[in-house]
Design a protein around this ligand. Structure first.
Ligand SMILES: [Zn+2]
Length: 363
């Protein structure tokens, strides 16, 4: 299969535009025209993972963490990053990273953690600001359906689990074509009046250019009248972290036990502040920046990783922080990505790495 086909599916699922500014998600090594016999999914693309791809005759590695975050100046193999890149290129192995863009969708990294904790109805903990726009466009009545279909196909009109959402108002449009124009309706120098509709759609930030382009193609006029309005609506589908309620409140100790078993890890935690655990906030990976959001939703516990000593004090009697380890908190992301690709391409070989890439050992 062509690598590009898998990338297209991954990017519909977790649009790269949703990645954080420091991130480097996307195709890091290779070309989307390359062919591959299968895909190998890992959390980190280390040299041992590239070796595994060579051994298993797979030319495409999809990893959660990008192997390259910032610019490389030399390729002489002195660092593990250079060695990974050199080996991958030498063996025609493409490397793709799906990182904070998969953290920032409701159905991503944190959804997997929530389902393992038994939370069935979770929400985004920190909805992305400026993520939702309104697209208003004016179109002759007869072109309304074609234009709406084009906007829907380009990713507009999605509100949570509802698709093809729009609003129509009828009215009259006026315009006077001047010298040099080529109007579809009306004559040069004469004011024209046309029965038009105003169509309105909610569009996520990352789909704005695709929607505008599609609308222009479907619009009959030489000049399309339209507006983009930045809404203050909360982006329920996009943002960092997740929170939700356990089906039944359980004691803090029972919750600790459940987490320990599920994540097979050693937990660092602060004292419980409520007798039972009901509301759970989570963030796979380094999530300390979300503590305020976890407090705001009145979470009993905040499960994440990469907490430093002084940061634990910030729990400050509001909730209990549980640090389960970075690798451990994200280990199920491998399965999440693999299951997605398998579902999209059922006849395609999807492998998950057998290499444990966690650099941290416990004694
Ligand atoms: Zn991570």
């Amino acid at each position: 299969m062509r690598i590009g086909e898998i990338i297209t599916a991954l990017e519909e699922w977790a649009p790269p535009a949703l990645q954080e500014s420091y991130d480097n998600s996307g195709l890091i090594v290779g070309n989307s025209d390359w062919e591959t016999q299968g895909v190998l999914v890992a959390l980190d693309c280390l040299e041992s993972v590239v070796d595994e791809a060579i051994e298993k005759k797979v030319q495409f590695i999809v990893a959660h963490h990008p192997i390259v975050f910032s610019g490389l100046k030399r390729f002489n193999g002195h660092t593990y990053i250079e060695r990974v890149i050199m080996k991958a290129i030498k063996h025609n192995i493409a490397i793709y990273a799906i990182h904070t863009n998969l953290d920032n969708v409701l159905w991503g990294v944190n959804a997997k953690i929530m389902s393992l904790l038994g939370v069935t109805d979770h929400k985004v903990l920190s909805p992305m600001p400026d993520a939702l726009y309104k697209f208003q466009v004016y179109v002759p009545v007869m072109n309304r359906d074609a234009l709406a279909a084009a906007v829907f196909a380009a990713g507009g009109g999605k509100v949570s689990a509802y698709e093809e959402c729009s609003f129509t108002t009828s009215g009259k449009g006026t315009f006077k074509p001047t010298e040099g124009t080529n109007p579809v309706v009306g004559d040069i120098g004469v004011r024209e009046e046309v029965e038009e509709v105003k169509l309105e759609f909610i569009v996520p930030n990352f789909a704005k250019s695709a929607v505008e382009h599609a609308a222009r193609k479907a619009h009959p006029y030489e000049e399309m009248a339209f507006e983009w309005i930045n809404t203050a609506n909360k982006a329920t589908d996009y943002g960092a972290g997740a929170y939700g309620e356990l089906p039944q409140p359980i004691s803090f100790e029972a919750f600790l036990k459940q987490v320990k078993t599920t994540f097979s890890t050693t937990i660092k935690y602060t004292k419980p502040t409520s007798e039972n655990v009901r509301t759970v906030a989570v963030c796979g990976g380094s999530g300390s920046f979300l503590l305020g959001a976890a407090k705001a939703v009145k979470a009993d516990v905040f499960l994440t990783a990469d907490y430093k000593y002084h940061q634990f004090f910030d729990a400050d009697g509001s909730l209990a922080i549980l640090d389960v380890g970075h690798f451990e908190s994200e280990q199920f992301t491998i399965g999440l990505i693999a299951e997605f690709i398998e579902k999209k391409f059922p006849k395609f070989a999807v492998l998950t790495t057998e290499v444990n890439t966690n650099p941290i050992q416990y004694y």
